[in-house]
Design a binder for this molecule. Sequence first.
Ligand code: GLA
Length: 383
Amino acid sequence: MSEKSLCALPPMGWNSWNTFTDKINETLILETADAMKKEGLLDAGYEYIVIDDCWSEKQRDENGRLVADLEKFPNGIKFLSDALHEKGFKFGMYSCCGTRTCADYPGSFEHEFEDARQFAEWGVDYLKYDNCFKPQHMQDETLYRRMHLALCASGRDIVFSACQWGTENVHEWIRTTGAHLFRSTIDINDSWNSIKEIALSQLDKQIYSGPGCHNDMDMLVVGMNGRGGNEYISAGGCTEDEYMTHFALWALMRSPLMIGCDVRKMSDAAKKILLNRSLIAINQDPDCCAPFTVNCTTNGPESIVIVRFLTNGDIALGLFNMGDVPAQVAVDFFDLGLPYRSGCELELFDCIHEKPYGTRREMLNETVGAHACRLYRCKLKQI
Ligand code: GLA
């Protein structure tokens, strides 16, 4: 292990599942890497390329080893891993803590240590570890601890992404397993309802996420526009406002930012969201403070204010309208810890449109469109 934490900040990258499910192959992955470079995604911090489920043969070989599907990956996994490293990326793979993966390929149960060694030999930097087909007598904690130790014994630094879906109160024990991320919800799909449900379900769990172990609210659906790898994921798609709100929520709530769309065919609107530097900076803030919510008596039930303290005393202030009609969303600075007699005001920077937004004292009160948001980075100023 290196002296620095392997995964101090939420990882950023791309994952094959949302758009491609089992239709993955070497060409797709390499084209994706090239597109991510060309579009500036790698430079913006999206450094992991993760192959999800369905990469292997349906059975292990006669020595019990996982083997790549040679039709999908004709040159093998090490070749792909080297090629991605050569292009400047980190390489992620997928397995499962049960006997089979969710799509019914071999899982790592009772093969944890040899699989981890195999991943290390292939040059894997990140392992997503799913939660299907678990033997009934095994507790989740034990299964995730096993793979943590297996990865530690593998001789390679590998980010451990526990895909646990938020059952068994995972947030209460996951930090004991050594996992760097924990999936905290069911699978996302490309719809506003899914985004809203996931975000709301995690608002009260923010304090469990911190440096080195992050609440993973699942891959981004930004830019998918209804083109998912299966019917469940497709789900009709979202409007540009909804995708922006999704990205702003994931950024502010410190979720990993794993792109799930086809980056070779991104719309300009999707690029603009995914490359929003102000939102990425909030997601990657080095201080890793947990966000908190504040309520204002004038706000309706679908108006949510999320605040996060950032490095150098900056404050991220997110006003979200989760409802279906425009709403006033207000925040009283008293509730942030900033009473009037502090003699301070806030200088606002509008992170969605990336431009200054003036100064405010005491409160902020904005009209926010349906399913839309405002997100400001505020500087504390002594008047
Ligand atoms: C589960 C996970 C998804 C994806 C699929 C693959 O549903 O939660 O993110 O990895 O399995 O089968």
